[in-house]
Write a protein that binds this ligand. Structure first.
Ligand code: PEP
Ligand code: MG
Length: 912
């Protein structure tokens, strides 16, 4: 076996157990290419071919088509010769022709986002020769019509006239089916297929002004360049942005000998998963179609059959088909072709064991011979991701570290989404049934076009089938419903990858795009009507269905526990109410990193006292109003301390500018004046007085506490009294009082004095005490730069990276959305710095702040409480710079626990 790995080349060959590449070479060969090489290496039958590297894609975008072809020609000619030799056929030869496929493949799989062209090498003469050679006229003409269809769309860029149009090729075929009174494309006669070829060619010429070239080499070059072009197509661009893949990766192109699943009744094609991509269950599953080519399965042209007997039975149960009919009309591959099934089963086990992860494979059976066309790590739902990682760990295929590294932290979000309330489901009116393609619960208003998914706040995208163009809309919609397509259809695969609820293949739906209407039996549903989807059962339900919060599964709990053992960096939560605190504790938060006390002032019963305080002209007047607020704050703090059961709780003093608390509309100002027994003018004057040009840089944060120390006094009293009350109940309390928006040392020390004096007073009144810390947020650049001075007095730092980012970039955090899209487009920014921490710029200030702070106070406790505390790449940064904890919203706590463990694993490994 030839297994030498080439160092530098433009093409890498594979097939017939020879290979130039390996699975480690994804960056250069793309995922598909690297895996084809690897499968070839381990003795899996893959059709021979070669991979043109991702570097060539980059070169193409730099030097252009002509220059590239010039350079690439000798390599590609050599590659084609290699394939010809193994296959014993010649590309472009009319007597013994080799046909090729050209497929994209980036280093990370981007299903359906880039292009593929099959059956290259066909023209009128080759068709004639192939008919003679195969004696299978039907197969040859079927392949030819597919070639024209694909070449027209992908290479020549044919598009529907309007979005209401269905695929024109499909329309032509449907029209012919109607005339012939047949249902399936397998029922077309040779004459029909010939007619289709003529009609397809005509429409391609009409719409693109171009003919399909008959020169096989011209076809090969143009198709290759079209795949390179698709790297920069809209779909790929959007997908890359969604996943944060850089544009300089490029795609590889895999040129491969065609094998045919459409050669008759001993040929088939299918897609399979080594485990269930929805639930994670360890059952081999998949779908296939007899006498078809690969795209038929994915595009949902015909309803595919299940590979295994078990899958077939489950499917029939859902579709309410009885066992006899199932066996006759929809037999599984296991039943129909048991020997080939056994072979496939053997390969899937071998491949999964080799890759040590769930695989998504494509295969073709050509006249009784099985070929594996590709394998890749299967896209899966959050639930499946967790279950598969835990199972592989138990099966001994991976160790604990790897199990944690297998988790995509952000995908855990899906597991925390609401699910349908089982009681509400009892009375639900199920209008139709589809396949449970991607689990979850979705309620929303119907839209029929992906680019209208944002028409309603909650929309359900209803399509005959989805295409890669629909990606953006699929992402926006709450759920996806398709009339056609199976569990491996585009909609199903993409939805599972997104963790979006999807019901596919609901054959009872009759969708009319032009009328924007969906019919089920006699009942019509229009755009804007509410429906609900149960992605776990495939039920389609009329109207809205109530939802409830989900519970953590045992598998998730296991992963989270494992994670905690790996990282010394703790995860706290940002919580403002006892309820949030309890939710966060249930998710495993080990303390509170930020309680924004101002949120407690917005309640109906509290805003009045707050306003009274703001409207007061004298210190005494303010004190009076603050006395009213004191018991309310104290009550909230008690609830939070109790929920946290001895874990530290950081409470921040009042932060926002006061104008946020007063009414700005005249009607509301009038009400307030009446309520407070003062004139409307007095209210208006006060509101005007509070107006600022840059409120975020204005009278807020510790500037409030320093101008009105009585606010700090009241808040400190509420915190300390609450702590003593809870302590009396026997619960341990660890309050940490945090001063916001400090820029100079004195701003901090003056507030610290007020806090400590007030605490002392309360202790002596109560004749009891509690330990507490006083610290500050680091959210103003000057604080980071002078952290050594501040840390002499502060007992902890919490990086407020929302404000810090705002001030380091000079972008208003509330207005950044206006220019961000253009900044992405122009490559000025590659992501939102308010979402994922700008490690290069803001990160420098954080490093400086930590180094300086610890230089004068080695015991300084350091954390982060900006939004970045719940974002995986930022969490890794926090770990690297030595923070003690990150703090994030309750629903991000599980994400942060895993991300924190991953950071520890990655970085410890890096230093070993
Ligand atoms: C911050 O600035 O990062 C922070 C946590 O405070 P806020 O978002 O309340 O300004
Ligand atoms: Mg802030």
């Amino acid at each position: 076996m030839e297994t030498a790995v080439k160092e530098k080349s433009r093409i890498f060959r594979f097939g017939n157990r020879t290979t130039d590449g390996s699975k480690e070479m994804k960056n250069l060969l793309g995922g598909k290419g690297a895996n084809l090489a690897e499968m070839s290496r381990i003795g899996i039958p893959v059709p021979p071919g070669f991979t043109i590297t991702t570097e060539v894609c980059t070169e193409y975008h730099q030097i252009g088509k002509e220059a590239l072809i010039e350079k690439l020609r000798p390599d590609v000619e050599e590659g084609v010769k290699y394939v010809e030799k193994i296959m014993g056929k010649t590309y472009g030869d009319s007597e013994n022709p080799l046909l090729l496929s050209v497929r994209s493949g980036a280093r990370k799989s981007m299903p359906g986002m880039m292009d593929t062209v099959l059956n290259l090498g066909l023209n009128d003469e080759v068709v004639e020769g192939l008919v003679k050679k195969t004696n299978n006229e039907r197969f040859v003409w079927d392949s030819y019509r597919r070639f024209i269809q694909m070449y027209g769309s992908v290479v020549l860029g044919m598009k529907p006239d309007t979005k209401e149009d269905t695929d024109i090729f499909e329309e032509i075929m449907d029209d012919l089916k109607e005339r012939r009174k047949i249902k399936l494309d397998t029922e077309f006669s040779v004459e029909d297929l010939k007619e289709l070829v003529v009609a397809f060619r005509k429409i391609v010429k009409q719409r693109t002004g171009k003919n399909i070239p008959s020169d096989p080499w011209e076809q090969l070059w143009d198709a290759t360049m079209a795949v390179f072009d698709s790297w920069n197509g809209n779909r790929a661009l959007y997908y890359r942005k969604m996943h944060g893949y850089p544009s300089d990766w490029g795609t590889a192109v895999n040129v491969q000998a065609m094998v045919f699943g459409n050669m008759g009744d001993n040929s088939a094609t299918g897609v399979c998963f080594t485990r269930d991509a929805g639930s994670g269950e360890n059952v081999f599953n998949g779908e296939y179609l007899m006498n078809a080519q690969g795209e038929d399965v994915v595009a949902g042209v015909r309803t595919p059959q299940q590979i295994t007997k078990l899958g077939s039975k489950r499917w029939a149960e859902l579709a309410r088909i009885d066992e006899k009919e199932r066996r006759e009309k929809y037999p599984s591959l296991e039943e129909l072709l048991p020997d080939l099934y056994a072979e496939l089963n053997e390969y899937q086990k071998k491949i999964e064991t080799h890759y040590r992860d769930m695989q998504d494979m494509e295969f073709t059976i050509q006249e009784g011979r099985l070929w594996i066309l590709q394998t890749r790590d299967g896209k899966r739902t959050g639930t499946a991701m967790i279950k598969i990682a835990v199972d592989l760990l138990k099966e001994g295929l991976i160790d604990k570290k790897e199990a944690i590294m297998r988790i995509e932290p952000m995908k855990l979000d899906e597991l925390l989404h609401p699910v349908f309330d089982p009681r509400a489901l009892e009375n639900a009116h199920v209008i139709a049934q589809g396949l449970p393609a991607s689990p979850g619960a979705a309620t929303g208003q119907i839209v029929f076009f992906a680019d209208e998914a944002d028409k309603f706040k909650n929309s359900i995208l209803v399509r005959i089938e989805t295409s890669p163009e629909d990606l953006e809309g699929m992402n926006i919609a709450r759920g996806i419903l398709t009339a056609r397509g199976g569990m491996t259809s585009h909609a199903a695969v993409v939805a599972r990858g997104m963790g979006k609820c999807c019901v596919s293949g609901a054959g009872a739906l009759n969708i009319d795009y032009k009328k924007r209407e969906m019919k089920v039996g006699d009942k019509e549903y229009h755009e804007g009507d509410w429906i609900s989807l149960n992605g776990s059962t495939g039920n389609i339900i009329e109207g809205k269905v109530a939802t409830v919060e989900p519970e953590l599964s045992d598998d998730l709990a296991e992963i989270l526990e494992l994670s905690d053992a790996f990282s010394s960096m703790k995860v706290r939560t940002n919580a403002d109410t006892p309820n949030d605190a309890i939710a966060a504790r249930n998710f495993g938060a080990r303390g509170i990193g930020l309680t924004r006390t101002e949120h407690m002032f917005f309640g109906q019963d509290r805003i009045r006292a707050m306003r009274e305080m703001i409207l007061a002209d004298t210190r005494n007047g303010r004190r009076r109003a603050l006395r009213e607020l004191l018991p309310m704050q104290r009550g909230d703090f008690e609830g939070i301390f109790e929920a946290m059961q001895g874990f530290p709780v950081t409470i921040r003093l009042l932060d926002p500018p006061l104008h946020e608390f007063v009414p700005h509309e005249l009607a509301h100002q009038k009400e307030l004046a009446k309520d407070m027994h003062i004139s409307v003018k007095a209210v208006k004057n006060k509101v005007d007085e509070l107006k600022e040009f840059n409120p975020m840089l204005g009278h807020r944060g510790c500037r409030l506490g320093n101008t009105y120390p009585e606010i700090t006094e009241m808040q400190t009293r509420a915190i300390i009294e609450a702590a003593l009350n809870v302590k009396e109940k026997g619960v341990e309390v660890k309050p940490e009082i945090m001063v916001p928006l400090v820029g100079t040392l004195k701003e901090f020390t003056l507030q610290e004095q007020v806090i400590r004096n007030t605490a002392r007073k309360v202790f002596s009144e109560r004749n009891d005490r509690v330990e507490f810390l006083v610290g500050t947020m680091i959210e103003i650049p000057r604080a980071a730069l002078t952290a050594d001075k501040i840390a002499v007095h502060a007992e902890f730092f919490s990086f407020g990276t929302n404000d810090l980012t705002q001030m380091v970039f000079g972008y208003s955090r509330d207005d950044v959305g206006k220019f961000l899209p253009v900044y992405y487009e122009k490559g000025i920014l590659s992501n939102d710095p308010f979402e994922s921490l700008d490690q290069e710029g803001v990160g420098q200030l954080i490093r400086t702040g930590i180094e300086k702070g610890r230089s004068t106070n080695p015991k300084l406790k350091i954390g982060i409480c900006g939004e970045h505390g719940g974002e995986p790449s930022s969490i890794e940064f926090c770990y690297r710079v030595g923070m003690d904890y990150v703090s994030c919203s309750p629903f991000r706590v599980p994400i942060a626990r895993v991300a924190s463990a991953q950071a520890a694993i990655k970085n410890k490994e890096a230093t070993v």
